[in-house]
Write a protein that binds this ligand. Structure first.
Ligand code: HEM
Length: 434
C-alpha cells in the first residue's frame, strides 16, 4: 500500500484528550485533518449533539444522527444527481472531470447512478451475490483462511494487514471471478491491491493533486486492461465463474457494453476487498486493544458474528456515503437546496446514544441487528453485505480457534491517511504459543 505520509500511531488514539481539545473549538469538519483521521469520533459526537446537519467549509452538508441518516437513505428527494457538478465542487467549474479516467470510471459505477441505470446494473450483480450463492462459498472461504493461517504459523509472525486482512478477501474475490490459485501470484495480488488503493481515492471528498490524479488514472487503466483481458479469455474459454456469468449477461437482458462490464467488475472487485480488509483489521485491533474482548471470542468462537457487527458499528471501514438533493428538500427541518451535496457519516451513526447504550464501549456481545448502517441503506444498500459478514465470521472464528495466543503490536500500528475508507496501514503480529 502507499506509504503513509502522516504516520498516526493507534496508541495515540486517546478519545478523552482529543474530545477535550475539540470541544473548546468551534465545530469544523475537515476530513483531511490528521487529528480527525486519527480519531474522528469526538468531532462526530460534537457535530451530532450540537450541529447534526452541518454545513462544511467545502460547501456540502454533513449529517451525523442515526435517525436522520436512515431517513435520508429512504428519501426519494435525494439521489446521486449531477456527477460532474458534484466533483467540480472540490475543484472549480472549469475542471474537466471526465478527462480523467479515474473519474470517468467513478461516474459509471452504479453506486454513483440513479434509477433506471442503477437498477439495471445492480440487478445483475445481486443475482451473483444471492444468499444461496454466498453461503455455498463458505467451504472455499474457510479453506482460503486456513491456508493463510498455516502460512502465518509457519513464518512465526505476520504483517497482519497485508498477510491476512487484505489477502483473505482479495483471494476470495479472485476465486469468485475464476482467477485460479496458480494464477494468483504474490506479485499479482500486490499489484491489484495497490491499484485499487491508488484509484479508490477518488471516492474521498476532496481535491487531489495532479500527481495523485495521474496515479489514480494509471491504475484504473491498468485494472481496465487486466479485466478486459480476463473477459476476452472467458469469451473464448467460458468457465463456471462470475466473469463468465457477467459476460453472458452482457448480451442478455441487461445489454451491457464492454465498458460497463469492466467498470462493474473493477467496482465489485475493489469494493469486495478494500472495505472487508479494513473490517478485519479494525475488528482485530479493537479486540486486542480491549483484550478481554479477544479472550471472550477465544473462549466462545460463536461470538464471531457479533464481533463482525460490533467492528462495523464501532470502526466502520466505510465512513461515509454521499447523496445529492434532486429537488429542494429538508433534513431534520434544515432546508437543503436542489443540487446540494450531503455526506452521511456512518461512523457517527454507529456511536449515536439514541440507538446504542454506552456507544463508545466496544463489546462483541452487543445485540446489533437491523439498526446497523455500516452497509448503507435504501436502494444502494451494500450488495456484498452478506459475503462480507461471512468472511468476517470465518476469519475471526478461525483466528480465535487457531491463534488464541496472537499478540499484536498496537504501538506500531498505523491508520491509513484517508477518511472515507478507514483502516490500518500495517500491524505486526506474533504467535508465541502457536
Ligand atoms: C465490510 C465490508 C463492506 C462494507 C463496510 C461495505 C459498505 C458499503 C456501503 C456503506 C455501501 C452503500 C454506499 C452508498 O449508499 O453510497 C455499499 C455499497 C456497495 N457495496 Fe459494499 N461494503 C462492504 C463489502 C462489500 C463487498 C464484499 C462487495 C462485493 C463483493 C461490496 C459491493 C458493493 C457494491 C457493488 C455497492 C453499491 C450498491 C449500489 O449502489 O446499489 N461491498 N457498501
Amino acid at each position: 500500500m502507499t506509504a503513509e505520509r502522516y504516520p498516526v500511531p493507534v496508541t495515540a488514539l486517546d478519545m478523552e484528550q482529543t474530545l477535550a481539545t475539540k470541544m473548546a473549538e468551534n465545530i469544523r469538519f475537515d476530513p483531511t485533518d490528521r487529528d480527525f483521521i486519527r480519531d474522528p469520533y469526538p468531532t462526530m459526537r460534537q457535530m451530532r449533539e450540537r450541529d447534526p446537519v452541518h454545513f462544511a467549509d467545502d460547501g456540502y452538508w454533513v449529517v451525523t444522527r442515526h435517525a436522520d441518516i436512515r431517513a435520508l437513505f429512504k428519501d426519494k428527494r435525494f439521489g446521486q444527481g449531477d456527477f460532474i457538478k458534484n466533483i467540480q465542487l472540490f475543484y472549480d467549474d472549469d475542471f474537466d472531470v471526465l478527462s480523467h479516467s479515474a473519474y470517468r470510471w467513478l461516474s459509471k459505477i452504479f453506486v454513483m447512478q440513479d434509477p433506471p441505470e442503477h437498477t439495471r446494473m445492480r440487478g445483475l450483480v445481486t443475482k451473483a451475490l444471492s444468499a444461496g450463492r454466498v453461503e455455498a462459498m463458505r467451504p472455499r472461504i474457510k479453506a482460503i483462511t486456513d491456508r493463510l493461517v498455516d502460512n502465518m504459523i509457519a513464518n512465526g509472525r505476520a504483517e497482519l494487514v497485508h498477510d491476512f486482512c487484505y489477502r483473505m478477501p482479495t483471494t476470495v474475490m479472485c476465486d469468485m471471478l475464476g482467477i485460479r490459485d496458480d494464477e494468483v501470484t504474490d506479485s499479482l495480488l500486490q499489484d491489484l491491491n495497490q491499484a485499487i488503493a491508488d484509484s479508490f481515492i477518488v471516492f474521498e471528498t476532496r481535491a487531489f493533486s495532479s500527481e495523485e490524479l495521474n496515479r489514480a488514472n494509471r491504475q484504473i487503466d491498468y485494472l481496465t486492461a487486466y479485466f478486459d483481458a480476463l473477459f476476452e479469455d472467458r469469451r473464448q474459454r467460458p468457465r463456471d465463474d462470475l466473469t463468465t456469468a457477467l459476460l453472458q449477461a452482457r448480451d442478455g437482458d441487461a445489454k451491457l457494453t464492454a465498458e460497463e462490464l469492466s467498470t462493474i467488475v473493477i467496482g465489485l472487485f475493489g469494493a469486495g476487498f478494500e472495505t472487508t480488509a479494513h473490517m478485519l483489521g479494525n475488528g482485530l485491533m479493537c479486540m486486542h486493544r480491549w483484550s478481554e474482548q479477544w479472550r471472550l471470542l477465544c473462549d466462545d468462537p460463536t461470538l464471531a458474528a457479533g464481533a463482525v457487527q460490533e467492528a462495523l458499528r464501532f470502526e466502520p471501514s466505510l465512513q461515509a456515503t454521499y447523496r445529492t438533493a434532486l429537488s429542494d428538500a429538508e433534513i431534520a427541518g434544515v432546508p437543503i437546496k436542489a443540487g446540494q451535496r450531503v455526506l452521511t457519516l456512518l461512523g457517527a451513526a454507529g456511536r449515536d446514544p439514541n440507538v446504542y447504550d454506552d456507544p463508545d464501549q466496544f463489546d462483541i456481545r452487543r445485540k446489533i441487528d437491523r439498526q446497523l448502517v455500516a452497509f448503507g441503506g435504501g436502494i444502494h444498500y451494500c450488495v456484498g453485505a452478506q459475503l462480507a459478514r461471512l468472511e468476517g465470521q470465518v476469519a475471526f472464528e478461525t483466528l480465535a480457534q487457531r491463534l488464541p495466543g496472537m499478540q499484536l503490536d498496537l504501538a506500531g500500528a498505523q491508520w491509513r491517511e484517508a477518511f472515507f475508507f478507514r483502516g490500518l496501514e500495517r500491524m505486526e503480529a506474533t504467535f508465541p504459543s502457536a
